[in-house]
Design a protein around this ligand. Sequence first.
Ligand code: ACO
Length: 429
Amino acid sequence: MADKIAKLRIDDSEYDLPVMSPTQGPDVLDIRKLYGQADVFTFDPGFTSTASCESKITYIDGDKGELWYRGYPIEQLAAKSHYLEVCYLLLYGELPTQQQMEDFETRVTRHTMVHEQMHNFFRGFRRDAHPMATLVGVIGAMSAFYHDSTDVNDPWQREVAAIRLIAKVPTIAAMAYKYSIGQPFVYPRNDLDYASNFLHMCFSVPAEKYEVDPALARAMDRIFTLHADHEQNASTSTVRLAGSSGANPFACIAAGIACLWGPAHGGANQACLEMLREIGTVDRIPEYIAKAKDKSDPFKLMGFGHRVYKNFDPRAKVMKESADEVLDLLGIKDNPTLQVAKELEKIALEDPYFIEKKLYPNVDFYSGIILEAMGFPTSMFTPIFALSRTVGWIAQWKEMIGDPQNKIGRPRQLYVGNDKRDYKDVAAR
Ligand code: ACO
């Protein structure tokens, strides 16, 4: 029962809309019965005022610049936790005990290898394919390799699919990278932690010994943690919508990866670094700032702005610190891309256009700088985001499947097309 009721008046009729109160955040009007009662739809392209589900996983306060996973602030998790612990928290709702953590780590590491036949599957792709293109295809193909975890009505299969995805996506992302540069695939090493293993699979070659730098592994782990979930963003909503029809989890995550690829979403990290390179030198920044402000020019400053954060992106704050640490560690000081990034950040933060529109650097602005310093090509930035977000997608998908209110997602539309008309034979057109 809702505590409050909102009234909606249309002509002479009045309708009661129950007001739902969340643990945090603004109240939510329950319009589920509105169409049945009043024969009207609501119109909200981009879902700027619409909650599509109930969720207990992640909370964002865009005005205060806050992000919590299961109630824990992201800053605390980034400083004190590690990615696999965050995965456990997102999936099961609580921080694990020592024993629970060990069991979870064992389960994940035992699933890091992929079916050997997948190697052949990879070979069907062109070498110059973007790793995101390969990732979408191979993750989708997981449902062809792991039939025994595709029954969404079986809780055990859902659990196995979740573990398989978290364990295998890094292996597949690293394989996509190795394939694109013509190097042999590197098998996972289960004696390494999650982030170190990913670096090992990306950067080691059979001909040489490779030692993972623990400081770089920590920075990698932090990138994973900061991207792990972000409530009902475009890709997560895509996963939920795909899953609402009962599609298997591998197909749903492939759908999420496809959505993430766009430059307005996860593709922004690649687009941002490419933009910084295109700007090239500090003296060209004003030209690009002017382009970003020009309404007749579609150009946007990549890595700036966010649908929800209108104060600052708390992930960007942590990521900026991490970027400074990594660059320090690697002794990178006068990199031209970095100089452009620093100056652009400064100028944009002081510019009235960006201040008025509340456009701040987002997480993608800094993550690209770290990933480039680590040696990743820009084409790997979005696959790394996808890898990190897989746990969020799967936690949200599991929550949806277990939700008794779950229905197939099916938005309505405001039809503005032609009225009914009669078919004309071609001679009469
Ligand atoms: N550069 C210049 N102007 C911008 C930018 C930008 N990066 N972002 C928004 N604006 C302007 C818009 O033109 C608009 O101006 P107007 O009010 O005069 O029409 C105003 O700011 C509001 O922007 P919207 O596009 O309406 O905001 P929305 O919430 O729809 O979009 C988004 C948010 C997609 C992130 C947008 O800011 C953007 O495209 N940024 C660049 C891409 C990017 O960095 N994406 C990463 C997002 S974070 C993530 O996915 C992890």
